[in-house]
Each structure stands twice: as structure tokens, then as C-alpha cells.
Ligand binder design. Structure first.
Ligand SMILES: N[C@@H](CCC(=O)N[C@@H](CS)C(=O)NCC(=O)O)C(=O)O
Length: 218
């Protein structure tokens, strides 16, 4: 399989962590949708990542569809989402908040990277920050013992960690271990796993994207 997209894309990172946790071998093509559109277009005419090319050449897009597919090809006891019932509903709620939070980080970043400062809308940026804070508070209140669904790691943990880490890099003064101690502890726990630590975007990648300056943080 080939996973297309850089780790700076939280949705690509979600798929990379999932592939790693499920021990599915893959080739990583870190093509960036904005910086290398022609390379991404080969896999997705909409020039969006992540895209996952299967060994038979078919391509799946959208992290939701991709992780659902990946769960379907591993034995039931390894899956990262509960199959049914109240546990699945709870997991879907948490994954929904994790994705929505990451979405706000991504939109905030798009504003920073793509729109010249003079044209940025302060109320839009403030709105993203408030929405992000509200969403992360929901995840902070979801008790992780040791993981959000209990004894086993799940998609809820993956997306909560991806969203919190991204928020704390982009807006470090708002999102840190004192304001969100539970999410910080969950992140620290997850980072013990190579699946998470090996997919962390490096500082140079973040600086090249214009998201953080040399002082690390905006
Ligand atoms: N719902 C999609 C969102 C994918 C997404 O927003 N990808 C971003 C990078 S994180 C991207 O490629 N943006 C370029 C674009 O959509 O034009 C998913 O879960 O995969």
C-alpha cells in the first residue's frame, strides 16, 4: 500500500498511526497538497490528502473511509473501533470531536499560511479558537483509563492526540499541559508508541509550512 500525504496533515497522520498500530506495511509518499499538487493529483484528482493506494491499484480517499477499510482487513480483536452498540456510539462521538477539533486547527492554519495578514478576519480566527477550545474541553472531560474507551487504544485516542498535539504546536499559549492536563497525559502515553512518535511532523517541516516561526509557536 502507498499512503500519500505528509505527517503535517493530521488526517494523513491518523491513517499512518492506524497502519502502524495494525502492523500493515506501507510506503509513505509525503507529498504536500499545496506544495506538490501534481504529485498528489496522480492519486487523487481533487488534490487532497490522505489518499491510500491499495496493492491492486485502487485508491481510497478521506481518512474516515480509509481507517474503516483498514479495520475491515484485520482480525476482529485488533480493530480500532468497536463493532456495534453503545460502545461504538461513544467512540463515534469522541472521534467526531477529535476530527472537528483538528478541522479547526487546519482551517486556522490555512488562514495563517494562505491569507496575507492584512486580509485575515480577526473574528473568524477567534471563532476557530473558541470552537477548538470547546471541542478539546469535551475530549478533556472524557475520562481516559488508560485509553478513552478503557483498556484498548482506539480511533478516539488517535484523533484526540492528533488534534491536541496540532493545537499545542499552532497555538501553544492556549493549548498546553496546564490547560488540558488529561489530553496532555493521554498524548504522553501515546507517544510511547512508535506508531505515534514516528509520525510526528518535524520542526523543519512545520517551519517550511510557515506555521511556526523560529521561536516555535505563534
Ligand atoms: N475529511 C478529510 C479531510 C482531508 C483534508 O482536509 N486534507 C487536507 C490536508 S489535512 C488537504 O489535503 N487539503 C487540501 C484541500 O482539501 O484542498 C479526511 O478526513 O481525510
Amino acid at each position: 500500500m502507498k499512503l500519500v500525504g505528509p505527517w503535517i496533515s493530521g488526517y494523513t497522520r491518523r491513517v499512518g498511526i492506524t497502519l502502524n498500530l495494525l502492523q500493515i506495511p506501507f510506503e509513505h509518499l509525503a507529498h504536500h497538497a499545496y506544495r506538490e499538487p501534481e504529485r498528489v493529483r496522480v492519486f487523487n484528482p481533487m488534490v487532497r490528502v490522505p489518499a491510500l493506494q491499495l496493492d491492486d491499484g485502487q485508491v481510497l480517499i478521506d481518512s474516515h473511509a480509509i481507517v474503516d477499510y483498514l479495520d475491515s482487513i484485520v482480525p476482529a480483536d485488533q480493530r480500532l473501533m468497536p463493532a456495534s452498540g453503545p460502545e461504538r456510539v461513544h467512540a463515534m462521538q469522541l472521534v467526531g470531536y477529535g476530527c472537528a477539533c483538528y478541522d479547526k486547527v487546519a482551517r486556522y492554519c490555512d488562514e495563517l499560511m494562505l491569507r496575507p495578514e492584512a486580509h485575515r478576519l480577526a473574528h473568524l480566527q477567534a471563532g476557530f479558537r473558541e470552537q477548538l477550545q470547546s471541542g478539546l474541553r469535551v475530549l478533556e472531560a472524557a475520562h481516559a483509563d488508560p485509553w478513552l474507551l478503557g483498556s484498548r487504544i482506539s480511533q478516539a485516542d488517535i484523533m484526540a492526540v492528533v488534534a491536541f498535539q496540532s493545537a499545542s504546536v499552532v497555538l501553544p499559549r492556549l493549548f498546553h499541559s496546564e490547560s488540558f492536563p488529561q489530553l496532555a497525559a493521554l498524548t504522553q502515553q501515546a507517544m510511547q508508541y512508535t506508531a505515534f512518535s514516528s509520525t510526528l511532523p518535524d520542526l523543519e517541516e512545520l517551519q517550511a509550512s510557515g506555521l511556526i516561526d523560529a521561536n516555535h509557536g505563534v
